[in-house]
Design a binder for this molecule. Structure first.
Ligand code: SF4
Length: 298
């Protein structure tokens, strides 16, 4: 849940989630629609699907016991190298440094590493250094070491204004200008995208369509218009999507003679129960709050 999402947002979701799916077995056997509904509002829904797929894999391939090695963890759906390394080291004391912003910044500064840390080569060099510092499983303490470096990065060796005079490892540090490190490759530019959707009501029902893309598969949204619309929208909303900024505009549509396979009419009192992407739910609520939507809302 914490991937791309702040702790303050996650706390309530986590507590509700753990009540609804208290065990791996409960999550593995739940309906996907319930899982998506519990996730609604957190975004990046592939995480919810992957959590359930991972729960099923743990049930089927590991007899319901959580794997302890990073390699086995990484084979679970949705678990990448970072999560696998973090769970293996923090939960099971494995010498697998989870390389995040804090670890790479502290390591780059300690070594005065001046190449970009977010390239494959840079990451490999940072990993190599961190792995050299790890105690073995027999010696123990790898989890503590990795947590300590992470905390050092969060509290002392911060991106701006590192507190070097308080730093417990300053004697080993080679950075002449810590704030210049770590070096990163240039960011991709933000790309503007238009999304034109239709607002179609008939006798207390609204037409929605189910998404098929990888990120929001299974979620409902207002039907996409095949052709870009040039008229005045009923509603507009701008929202971020990876490195895109999406300009969502909703236009009045006409009731179609035939529905596309992914489309369905929903009674208005059903809408709270279905999984929708957050921007579309926001626009839908605004449009439903107006008796006769006929102006630009926001
Ligand atoms: S001495 Fe400064 S730059 Fe070096 S690790 Fe400590 S806080 Fe970071």
């Amino acid at each position: 849940m914490l991937q791309q999402t702040q702790v303050a947002t996650v706390v309530d979701y986590f507590q509700r989630w753990m009540k609804r799916f208290p065990t791996v077995a409960a999550l593995a056997s739940a309906d996907e629609a319930d899982v998506l509904h519990a996730w609604q509002g957190l975004g990046y829904y592939s995480r919810a699907r992957n959590l359930q797929a991972a729960a099923r894999a743990i049930q089927e391939k590991h007899g319901g016991r959580f794997p302890t090695e990073a390699e086995a963890l990484q084979a679970l759906p949705g678990v990448g190298p970072y999560t696998a390394a973090a769970v293996a080291t923090f939960a099971f004391d494995r010498p697998t440094p989870p390389i995040d912003g804090n670890l790479s910044r502290v390591t780059a500064r300690l070594l005065d590493f001046t190449k970009p840390v977010d390239t494959a080569q840079g990451l490999a060099s940072i990993r190599e250094a961190l792995e050299e510092w790890q105690p073995t499983l027999e010696e123990g303490g790898a989890g503590m070491l990795n947590e300590a470096i992470m905390e050092l990065g969060a509290l002392i060796c911060t991106p701006r204004g590192p507190r070097c005079t308080l730093c417990p490892v300053r004697l080993f540090c080679h950075a002449p200008d810590p704030e210049a490190l770590p070096v990163r490759k240039p960011r991709p530019k933000t790309v503007e995208m238009d999304e034109h959707c239709a607002w179609i009501l008939r006798e207390g029902e609204v037409l929605l369509e189910q998404q098929t893309g990888r990120r929001w598969r299974g979620m409902w949204r207002l039907p996409l218009l095949n052709e870009p619309h040039t008229g005045l929208p009923l509603a507009r909303l701008r929202y971020p999507f990876t490195h895109h900024r999406v300009n969502l505009s909703v236009f009045p549509g006409t009731i179609p003679l035939f529905l596309a396979p992914a489309q369905r009419w929903f009674a208005l009192d059903e809408l709270e129960q279905i999984a929708m992407t957050a921007p579309h739910r926001k626009v839908l609520k605004k449009l439903l709050a107006l008796d006769e939507p006929d102006g630009i809302l926001f």
